[in-house]
Structure formats: structure tokens, C-alpha cells
Ligand binder design. Structure first.
Ligand SMILES: NC(=O)c1ccc[n+]([C@@H]2O[C@H](COP(=O)([O-])OP(=O)(O)OC[C@H]3O[C@@H](n4cnc5c(N)ncnc54)[C@H](O)[C@@H]3O)[C@@H](O)[C@H]2O)c1
Length: 349
């Protein structure tokens, strides 16, 4: 067996714990060093995950380690600098979503990857969630014929602010946080979007940005989808962090329900499959679907490193998803549907 790919992780925060467990599970990769500008956090990760070396400066780590891949798990404001640094060191680079706050920053990162000749893979783990993978497989196998309509719904009241206090302070919240994931899944299922019309709501008092939105998306194929998200829904049992899907086609309908069932309506009958992911040994409910998807995504990154797969999704692909999110804000501000090609041609601001 060949030696494992050597990786480093930047940003030892809340979500990166899942990254580290996922890398430990991934055959063919090892994390040889971690970095956080807060030394105590880097020390904690190094101890918890038996990582041999730790740093507080990413540039120093990359110069010393010369890794095969870099996992950028910091929050968005630091992504461009760190991604460009990693690519300049010739590493395959993984970047958490949202990969950029502006289209210009995202484009610069995509251009840097092209110039370096190295893959830039965006950590869009929702499309790697088992229920959504199973749904996509049924769709691809022709179970419902040609798709005509989809509804994606992510509505819950889980206290996300406890683990991610920055979410309460960001002026662009629901669309840039979970909206990006949902738009990526929407494109994963139905292909590229042509236009988008969105409305936002600010429901919970004291939140700086929108905590709910709904977007209607026209796809280039002619399919229509509706994507909705709320962080302020009172539901029992709370479906967090599941994405519920209703997907109609010319021959039937597929449904992902809140109890991890994939239901196929066809020929006047319904057949049901259990698509609940296992709880990883290191994981816990209700996060297990997300944790399982992180491990699946990272196993995929190893495939990309080994030349066995193309990035799912790449930075170039995710740039269009970012454009959808930015266009959704423009739509919510103006009340108009936004043509994505025109929006991008105008700088996507
Ligand atoms: N894919 C998902 O399902 C999912 C879920 C939660 C969070 N996220 C994303 O993960 C990212 C991180 O979120 P989080 O909640 O873990 O944030 P966090 O604030 O808990 O962790 C970020 C860490 O990065 C460190 N950091 C920042 N800039 C740095 C730099 N230049 N060099 C070294 N260290 C630096 C900080 O000190 C902090 O420890 C965000 O982009 C968030 O949107 C994704």
C-alpha cells in the first residue's frame, strides 16, 4: 500500500472536530499538523487527535510541512488568504463553505487553483448526506422519469447560536450559512439555475441578519424548485439538521421525510426505504447525518488526491452557487427575480 497523503488542518474550532474525526476514518490520508492562531485550541486538537505537530501561523506550517493537502476549516473572512497560501504551496486545497463572501474573492481563489494546477474542493457536505445521495441515485436511475419540480426545506428551531455565536452577529446569515448548502443540493439534483427570486425574514429578536428565507429557482432545464430555510421554526420533534425534499417527476415523486425515510410514489403506490445514516463511533444525535456526510466527503477528497475522482464540488462549480446566494440577497432587496447570467456579468454584487 502506498504511503497516506499528508494533510494539515487550519482552524481548530467547533466544526473542525468533525473534520478531524473524518480524516481519522479516511483510509489513505493522515493529518500531520494542525494550526490555529489560538494556541490553546491547536494544542487541544493535537492532544485529542494525536497529531504530531501544531502551529499558530499557517504560513509557517505550510513552509515546514509541505503537505499534499490543506483543509481550511476557519470562518469565511480568512478563506481567501489561506486558500491562496495553500495553493501557492502546491497543495490540494479543501475550503469550508461559505468559501467566499464576495464573487470577486471566490473567483480569485478559483483562478489561483487554475494557476497552481491543483484542485480546490469546497466542503459542501450536504450533497454527501446519505438520504440525499440515495435520492440522487433514484433520480439518476430514472425512478420518477424526468424531474419537473422540487421543494427543499430546512426548517428548525435548534439553538445553533450556542456552538456558533458568530451566526447571531452576521448580517448575511441564513442564505450564506445553510442557503449555500441547499442551493448546492438543488444544483446537484436538478442542474444549473437560470434565475432566482427570494424573500427573507428576520424572526428571532437580536439576530443581526435574516434567519429565514424562501427562494424560487428556475433551472436551465426548465425545472422549477423552491428552497426554504428557517432557524426559527417551532416543531416537535425538531427535524434539525435534516433537509426534507419533495421531488416530482413525469413518472412519480420522491420524498425524503423527517424520519429519514426515502419514499417513492409511483403507479398509485408508495414504497419506503430507511436511509438513516449510522451514528459514527465518535458522533452523536442529532448531528449524525452531518457527521457521516463529513466522513463521506473526506473519503471523496482522498479519491481526488489519488486521481480517482473529480471534486464534488469544485471551487469553480461552487462559484455559481455563491452567485445564487448573492443574487438571492439582491432579489430580496429589490423584489425582482434575478437572471443569474446577467447578475454574474455585472460583477455579482
Ligand atoms: N459544512 C457544515 O455543515 C458546517 C457546519 C458548521 C460550520 N461550518 C463552517 O465551518 C467554518 C468554521 O466554523 P466554526 O463554527 O468551526 O468556527 P469557529 O469560530 O469555531 O472556528 C474557527 C477557528 O479558526 C481559527 N482561525 C481563524 N482564522 C485563522 C487563521 N488565519 N489562522 C489560523 N486559525 C484561524 C479560529 O481561531 C477558530 O478557532 C465556517 O465557515 C462555517 O460556516 C460548516
Amino acid at each position: 500500500m502506498s504511503a497516506p497523503f499528508r494533510g494539515v488542518l487550519i482552524g481548530c474550532g467547533f466544526f473542525a472536530r468533525n473534520h478531524m474525526h473524518g480524516w481519522a476514518d479516511a483510509a489513505g490520508a493522515e493529518i500531520v499538523a494542525v494550526c490555529d492562531r489560538d494556541r490553546a485550541k491547536a494544542e487541544r486538537f493535537a492532544a485529542d487527535f494525536a497529531v504530531p505537530r501544531l502551529y499558530t501561523d499557517a504560513a509557517a506550517m505550510l513552509a515546514a510541512e509541505q503537505p499534499d493537502f490543506v483543509d481550511v476549516a476557519t470562518t469565511v473572512e480568512s478563506h481567501r488568504v489561506l486558500v491562496e497560501l495553500a495553493l501557492a504551496h502546491g497543495a490540494l486545497t479543501v475550503c469550508q463553505k461559505p468559501f467566499a463572501e464576495t464573487y470577486a474573492d471566490g473567483k480569485a481563489m478559483v483562478d489561483a487553483a487554475a494557476a497552481a494546477g491543483k484542485p480546490l474542493v469546497i466542503h459542501e457536505n450536504f450533497r454527501w448526506e446519505r438520504p440525499l445521495m440515495a435520492l440522487k441515485a433514484e433520480l439518476a436511475a430514472g425512478a420518477i422519469g424526468a424531474p419537473t419540480f422540487a421543494r427543499l426545506s430546512f426548517r428548525h428551531g435548534y439553538d445553533v447560536y450556542a456552538n456558533q455565536p458568530y451566526l447571531a452577529k452576521t448580517e448575511r446569515f441564513a442564505i450564506m450559512d445553510v442557503g449555500l448548502h441547499l442551493f448546492d443540493v438543488d444544483r446537484f439534483l436538478l442542474g444549473d439555475a437560470a434565475d432566482i427570486h427570494a424573500r427573507t425574514q428576520s424572526i428571532k429578536p437580536g439576530i443581526a441578519g435574516e434567519d429565514a428565507f424562501i427562494a424560487t429557482i428556475g433551472h436551465k432545464s426548465g425545472v422549477v424548485s423552491s428552497v426554504e430555510c428557517s432557524f426559527a421554526s417551532k416543531i416537535a420533534p425538531d427535524p434539525f439538521p435534516q433537509t426534507l425534499v419533495w421531488l416530482e417527476g413525469t413518472e412519480g415523486t420522491l420524498e425524503v421525510t423527517g424520519d429519514y425515510r426515502l419514499r417513492l410514489h409511483k403507479g398509485g403506490r408508495v414504497t419506503e426505504t430507511d436511509v438513516e445514516p449510522p451514528v459514527p463511533a465518535w458522533g452523536e444525535r442529532p448531528w449524525h447525518a452531518v457527521q457521516d456526510s463529513v466522513a463521506a466527503f473526506e473519503a471523496h477528497v482522498v479519491d481526488v488526491l489519488a486521481g480517482r475522482a473529480e471534486p464534488q464540488p469544485s471551487g469553480a462549480h461552487n462559484l455559481q452557487t455563491l452567485a445564487m446566494a448573492l443574487a438571492a440577497y439582491r432579489s430580496a432587496e429589490t423584489g425582482a427575480a434575478i437572471d443569474l447570467a446577467d447578475f454574474i456579468a455585472g460583477g455579482a454584487q
